[in-house]
Design a protein around this ligand. Structure first.
Ligand SMILES: [Zn+2]
Length: 450
């Protein structure tokens, strides 16, 4: 039976390897992984055979681009044809101990299993650089059931010795009461929900900055990486704000640090590539493109060259001030290939609009981008909330949008609490396309489930 070697994950040195040592480690693990998936799964064997590739062809990292990409659609099709987990599952079912599903809003959710070995990897990766320990209290604001990041975070924190409070099923007001009584060291939730909860606390007359909270972890959507969002969260909670990042299809991968909001990706667990979303060609550090991951150590459903459809760019310097030497996504997740708004010949990302909106203190936390008109003459309206349009607010916002994203948008200022409110652990849907015939998407990966 095909097997992978045992790999140490707990050692903090793995995050600080000199560049050459890290590349050697990745190359060795890649060779073992290619051999493993080829021997263990019909799915990968067929993909390799379709292009006459054999494991021995992959000698090092330079050969990585010879490996075919895998898309979410392929995995969805494979799981539909070979239910419930697909023909890409490599380890024996008797070793599986955790089940998750992807949280995409449309299409068939991907079913993900973790062997005991894989889950140990996940927890070891959390624990090698523990942020909390005995005596700390962490309140997890959203539900954790079936969600990889929150579930791994809760288990990892408990293993580190912290008191973990699973508050996901409580109403928002109960959560605020709990925070006041427990005085937790740390909170975690989606950025949108954290902002909503701060408003609930204000309504209740609770000053969150006086509750002794030291750290706030934003999960599920870019939060800390958007400067204006980070500032809002820091002001409302009086705490350091950080992002947690991962993909259910892979692992929890990392997050920011005290020195940088760039996402530090555990590079002993995955190889990170940035490719042109249209041509698939690898791009150099500093250039934005689609993020592609290759799992180096998972034995259950490891993926080679998985196209995430997320947009990001790699840092150009070799190491972070914290000592981390692996891949870092400089501006975190800059958008989705799917969410990219193809507008009058330019690509727009909702996150760029969010950065502008959240820079205006007089605006509420919710916003929505509405594209309307038709293909030839589309219009873009940014809906925001404010108590009044004092001091030419709309005009200033239009100017700021023009300067930041380079398009002429109109602005609609709505009364507070008009737009849908963020819910715990739900990725907020920010873009509504009402064009009569939306233009064909420029992405080459058509017809995916999302
Ligand atoms: Zn760092």
């Amino acid at each position: 039976m095909a097997r992978l070697p045992e790999y140490a994950v707990l050692d903090l040195k793995l995050e600080r390897l000199p560049s050459e040592a890290l590349l050697n480690l990745q190359a060795e693990r890649l060779r073992a992984m290619v051999r493993y998936v080829y021997d263990a799964t019909p799915f990968w064997r067929q993909k390799f055979e379709a292009i006459n590739l054999v494991p021995d062809d992959i000698e090092g990292l330079a050969d990585l681009p010879r490996i075919p990409f895998v898309t979410k659609q392929e995995l969805q099709d494979d799981q539909a044809a070979n239910p419930p987990f697909g023909s890409c599952s490599a380890s024996p079912p008797s070793t599986w101990t955790r089940f998750m599903a992807t949280s995409g809003t449309t299409g068939r959710p991907l079913r993900r299993v973790f062997s005991a070995r894989d889950w140990q990897t996940v927890l070891d990766r959390f624990q090698r650089n523990p942020v909390l320990g005995p005596g700390d209290t962490a309140v997890i604001l959203g539900p954790i059931d079936g969600l990889m990041g929150p579930m791994a975070g809760a288990e990892g924190l408990a293993r580190s010795g912290a008191l973990v409070v699973l508050a996901g099923l409580y109403p928002s007001r109960t959560k605020v009461e709990l925070i006041r009584e427990l005085r937790p060291t740390a909170l975690s939730g989606s950025a949108s929900y954290l902002l909503h909860l701060a408003n609930v606390a204000t309504e209740m007359g609770v000053d969150l900055t006086a509750q002794g909270i030291k750290g706030v972890l934003s999960v599920g959507e870019p939060g800390a990486a958007v400067p204006a969002t980070r500032q809002r969260l820091a002001e409302r909670y009086g705490a350091f704000v950080n992002d947690g990042y991962g993909l259910t299809e892979l692992f929890p991968l990392g997050g920011g640090c005290l020195h940088s909001t760039a996402l530090h990706v555990a590079s002993d667990l995955v190889i990170t590539e940035i490719v042109d979303p249209e041509s698939g060609q690898p791009l150099p550090p500093g250039e934005p493109g689609e993020i592609v991951y290759t799992n180096l150590i998972g034995d259950t459903q490891p993926l080679l060259r998985y196209r995430t459809r997320d947009i990001g760019r790699l840092e150009t310097d070799a190491a972070c001030a914290c000592g981390f030497t692996g891949a870092r996504l400089a501006l975190a997740i800059e958008g989705r290939v799917d969410d990219m708004i193809w507008f009058r010949g330019a690509n727009l990302f909702p996150s760029a609009i969010e950065a502008v909106v959240r820079g205006f203190a007089e605006l509420g936390d919710e916003y929505r981008v509405v594209v309307a008109g038709d293909e030839k003459l589309p219009t873009l309206t940014v809906e925001v909330e404010a108590a009044d349009d004092g001091e030419g607010l709309a005009g200033r916002l239009i100017q700021a949008l023009q300067a930041a994203v380079g398009v002429g948008a109109s602005v609609e200022i709505l009364p507070p609490s008009t737009l849908p409110q963020a819910e715990a652990n739900q990725k907020a849907r920010r873009v509504v396309d009402r064009r009569k015939s939306p233009p064909p998407h420029p992405s080459p990966i058509k017809g995916e489930g999302e």
